[in-house]
Design a protein around this ligand. Structure first.
Ligand code: UT7
Length: 320
């Protein structure tokens, strides 16, 4: 048995923030942002949180799969911006959906979280422990941005994507995951400083900090490496892949990955122009858009691949 994606869904908040609007708030420009990243605009959540967005994407995924919430055995929610430290976002989604038979927990792997979730669900399904899983990638990065730091805040946006995975004979072929905790400082966000009643310090929330060039260099090397590992271990030729659905962090990163893989850009769809980097949500949002546009045919081979804070990276090979 293998875990097959049988339904997808996504949700983006209505509020559009253009590069020009940001240029009115800080020293930046549409030209700088577009030419360095490919981003033209992003969505920002106003009156909703991470769980609210996750539930909307999840409902659409369940509807597209034709699966009732009660049928779910497992809910995995990948995020860095959960509304509460506890309970988990996955438990909040479970409660709202009424998925009374599901075990639910969050996955912390930043932008790689959806891939880690998919690979984890796959392991449960292969072992025979579970049959039907909901995997959500969701982030509300606007709440952990320093909106005066033009080097980070222009890159990110809010959104959610989800997929329903069920035990079938064919579906996911293979997945690989990797982590290098020694590189943690290049992309990080303090959850809460160490203040308490005894040390006299007031706890403060942190904001996203990033060494952009270090992340860029890591991504363009590690993602092609892990895709090659995935395909070698699956004995699948790279030219037989129909689509590479990559994490949407920077258009230039994805163009460079395509070049290193010697693959045409037509096989590397992108939507970063409209949404920016929605972290754990980029891959399932793009997957859902392509699925709803009818881009995938039964039997198509699709690689999903991402990277993120941790540092973490991962890739999955699907047969649609
Ligand atoms: O999910 C993973 C999340 N993170 C990433 O994917 C980040 C990967 N890295 C990147 O995408 C790129 O490194 C960035 C887009 C973040 C930055 O592009 P860059 O070509 O590496 O620019 P830089 O950091 O070398 O900065 C070049 C200049 C600097 O000015 P000086 O020192 O040359 O005078 C920056 O201060 O651009 C300046 N700059 C800006 N200017 C206008 C930085 N941010 C901005 C901005 N608008 N928003």
């Amino acid at each position: 048995m293998t875990g097959k994606i049988i339904g997808t869904g996504s949700y983006l908040p209505d509020r559009i923030v253009t590069n020009d609007e940001l240029a009115g708030m800080m020293e930046t420009s549409d030209e700088w942002i577009r030419s360095r990243t490919g981003i033209a605009e992003r969505r920002i959540a106003l009156d909703e949180g991470t769980t609210g967005m996750a539930v909307k994407a999840a409902r659409r995924a369940l509807e597209s799969a034709g699966v009732e919430a009660e049928e779910l055995d497992l809910i995995l929610l990948a995020t860095s911006t959960q509304d509460h430290l506890f309970p988990s976002g996955a438990c909040e989604v479970q409660a709202t959906l009424g998925a009374v038979n599901a075990a639910a927990y969050d996955i912390s792997a930043a932008c790689t979280g959806f891939i880690f979730g998919l690979a984890s669900a796959q392991a449960f399904i292969r072992s025979g422990m579970y049959r039907t899983a909901l995997i959500i990638g969701v982030d509300c990065l606007s709440k952990i941005m320093d909106w005066s730091d033009r080097g980070t805040c222009v890159l990110f946006g809010d959104g959610a994507g989800a997929a329903v995975v069920r035990a079938e004979d064919r579906g996911m072929i293979h997945a690989v995951m990797g982590s290098d905790g020694t590189k943690g400082p290049v992309l990080s966000c303090v959850a809460r400083s160490e203040g308490n009643a005894f040390n006299g310090r007031t706890p403060e929330l942190g904001y996203t900090q990033m060494d952009g060039q270090a992340v860029f260099k890591f991504a363009v090397k590690k993602v092609p490496e892990c895709i090659h590992q995935l395909l070698d271990e699956s004995s699948v030729d790279i030219d037989d892949i129909d689509y590479f659905v990559l994490h949407q962090a920077n258009q230039r990163i994805n163009e460079s990955i395509a070049k290193r893989l010697k693959q045409p850009l037509e096989k590397v769809p992108m939507n970063i122009e409209r949404y920016g980097n929605t972290s754990a949500a980029t891959i399932p949002i793009l997957l859902d858009e392509l699925n709803r546009d009818g881009k995938f045919q039964p039997g198509d081979k699709i690689v999903l691949a991402g990277f993120g804070a941790g540092l973490t990276w991962g890739a999955a090979l699907l047969e649609w």
